[in-house]
Structures are given as structure tokens and as C-alpha cells.
Design a protein around this ligand. Sequence first.
Ligand SMILES: Nc1ncnc2c1ncn2[C@@H]1O[C@H](COP(=O)(O)OP(=O)(O)O)[C@@H](O)[C@H]1O
Ligand SMILES: [Mg+2]
Length: 275
Amino acid sequence: MVVIPVISSKGGVGKTTVAANLSTVLAERGHHVLAIDLDPQNALRFHLANDPHQCVEGLAEVAAGQLTWTQAMRPGHGGTVVLPFGTVDDEQQIELEQQLARYPGWLGDTLARFALPDDTLVVLDTPPGPTVYMQQALRTANFCVVTVLADAGSFATLPIIERMVDKYCRPRADYGGSAYVVNQVAPSRRLNHDVFEMLRARLQSELLGVLHQDESVSEALASALPVHRYAPLSQAAQDLSVCADRLLARIAAVAANRAAHAQPAADPAWQMESR
Ligand SMILES: Nc1ncnc2c1ncn2[C@@H]1O[C@H](COP(=O)(O)OP(=O)(O)O)[C@@H](O)[C@H]1O
Ligand SMILES: [Mg+2]
């Protein structure tokens, strides 16, 4: 199981779009994908669920002990499985957040107990900035996909995310690294282009890829389809495929590196004989 939260310091930067469309592409590449909505907006369902209106209940009801995980899961595009956030009023949300704050490892422990197939990719959609949901996600993350815009605000808030990742992810041996997606890239806009170059210089190998500003993205959402189904030849569909393939390559590289280091040392007696 590989846990991949999609995070950002700011709202409206495309986290849910990236989480949903990466999930669909990864599932269509043959992986089991479980996409979990950790955002009380409960919006992932509109991007990913086959029937968003069947996604009224979800993680909130699971955490409250009213539903099992299996009961809350819904089928999503491309063979994904979606766990919606569910529906809470203000008081229920405060109670849930207090519960999550008291048990910061709840999500990780629950996922570990849930016997998911070994090759499952668990994609987590999160609300912006430091929240109990992001803490839960980062504590169990193996890779973080960080979504940023090519604007001054995103650039200025990079340290917020870096501090969170440094605190909750990097000290763990099972953390594979951060992968930044720069969204709404529009090379014809001078400032956008300049900030993108600054981001590229700052992020270096942690830059996973870009998602160009493309009206196919919002049209696909309005049509309740993944981008690569709605407009397979669009720039955005190509960008999302590139990001998904690079993410898979990074996951495979980290797994291969671990396997190489986990090999038992050669038997010295055998080495002597073979000389
Ligand atoms: N690359 C893009 N091109 C055009 N519109 C986009 C792009 N990425 C996201 N959007 C639109 O921006 C809005 C916010 O995206 P969303 O994924 O909901 O952000 P977040 O989850 O970070 O709040 C949505 O209406 C979405 O369709
Ligand atoms: Mg969102």
C-alpha cells in the first residue's frame, strides 16, 4: 500500500482536480486505487464518483462508528473506489476534528488494519493548510503530491507545506518524497511564466510536472467525467498522464532502492569458494 496525500497551503489551487484525475489515470494503468476525501467540503465525489448523489455518507460516519469502511465506499471513474467525506453539521465537524486531534494516527492505523491489496495506491484529498485532516494524512504519507499555482501567493506559502512535511513525513524511513504539481500554468502570461521559472529553480527534482490552464478541466467537471475521458487530446489530459506516469516511476524507484538495500549480505564462505 502506498499512501499519497494531495496537499496545498492554499485553497482553490486544484487539489481535488489533481487527486481525482491522478486517481483515474493510476487506476487505468492497472493499480487498485482507493481515493479518500479528507475535506469536509465533500467535493471529491463530484470529480470522481460514478454517482455523486450516492456519496452523502462517508468517512465522517465511519469515524463516528455509524458505518463500516466497506459500507461507505463507492465506485468511481476508471475502476477507482471512493470514500467520500460524508455530511456533517458544524457541531459534528468540531466533534470529529477533536476526535482526530486526540488520535492523530487514526487514519494510518485504520488503513493498516483494512486488508487492502498490496499494490493499492491510497490517494487522499485534503483541505488547504495545516488542519487535523492534513496531520492525519501526513502521518501516514509515503509520497506527498503538493499542488501549487504559478503565482506569488503559492510561492510565498511554500515554507508552510515544507515545514509540515519536514515534521510529519521526512523523519520516517517509509517516506518516499514530495512531488510538486504546478497548476494553471499559462506560458503566455508573463508573470505566470516568471513565477513558474522561480518554482522550477526552487523545487528542482521535486517538481513532478505541470497542469496547464485548460478549460477542458472545468468542462470535464461540469460533465462529471475525468479530463482524459472528456477531452482525451487536451493539454490537461496529456499533463495529467505525464504526472501519473512520473509518480509511478518514483514509487517504483523508491521500492527498487528499498529492495536492493534489504537484500541479505552475500555469504562469505560462498565468496571464498567462487574466487
Ligand atoms: N488546470 C486547470 N485549468 C482550468 N481550470 C482548473 C484547472 N485546475 C483546476 N481548475 C478549476 O479550479 C477550480 C478549483 O479546483 P479544485 O480542484 O476544486 O481546487 P482545490 O481542491 O484546491 O480547492 C475548479 O473549478 C477546477 O475545475
Ligand atoms: Mg478541494
